[in-house]
Write a protein of this length. Structure first.
Length: 212
């Protein structure tokens, strides 16, 4: 009998501990002898990584407009889904993804205030039938997230285009994520990122078991 593939996404602000929790969950699945792939958005494939560099780290006199940003994220996602995620899930692998379509809804929709109906249509077009089995939302106040990233040697004083937005922008992002969770409670599970990493991992494992 073929093993069912799983697609689990992680959402939340910088500093919420997504990288740590992705690593711990990958180790959990390794202990179950499951193939487990950790990927990210934007990115995850060679073409999508090029788009990531452009949309997150572009600098120069020519700005990246909000509409351009939105479409670049969608292009990266369409490539990622078809080249990496869908084939992996089809062969029975577990795919853990750092950010997915909910980030577009929260950042470009709720925070940048672009047309939400268009964003929903664009997300559906980009992902096709690739819907996460579960989304873990690591919730954290933006102020705490910035405190954490400021303490990291690799990120201290360094922010990409979106991270460098004003605090009010990041509050809108958080509210956007929470609204998504309220509207889709079966898929999106909110976990406080204020707890200890081991406790968060335990909560996530208990939630993920519902997908088996």
């Amino acid at each position: 009998m073929a093993v069912k593939g799983l697609f689990i996404t992680f959402e939340g602000p910088e500093g919420a501990g997504k990288t740590t929790q992705l690593k711990m969950l990958r180790e959990y699945f390794a202990g179950l002898a499951r193939e487990c792939i950790v990927t990210r958005e934007p990115g995850g494939t060679p073409i999508a990584e090029q788009l990531r560099q452009l949309v997150k780290h572009h600098s120069g006199d020519e700005p990246v407009f909000a509409e351009t940003e939105l479409l670049l994220f969608a292009a990266s996602r369409a490539q990622h889904v078809r080249f990496l995620i869908e084939p992996a899930v089809a062969r029975g692998a577990v795919v853990l993804c750092d950010r997915f379509a909910d980030s577009t809804t929260a950042y470009q929709g709720y925070a940048r205030k672009l047309d939400m109906d268009f964003i929903r249509s664009l997300n559906r077009y980009a992902v096709g039938n690739c819907i996460p089995d579960m989304t873990i939302l690591l919730d954290l106040p933006p102020e705490e997230g910035f405190k954490r990233t400021a303490k990291r040697a690799e990120t201290a004083g360094q922010h990409d285009r979106i991270e460098a937005e004003a605090l009010t922008f990041h509050h809108r992002v958080r509210q956007g994520f929470l609204e998504i969770a309220r509207s889709e409670p079966q898929r999106v599970k909110v976990v406080s990122a204020l707890a200890a990493a081991a406790d968060i991992h335990h909560q996530i494992v208990e939630l993920v078991k519902q997908c088996f």
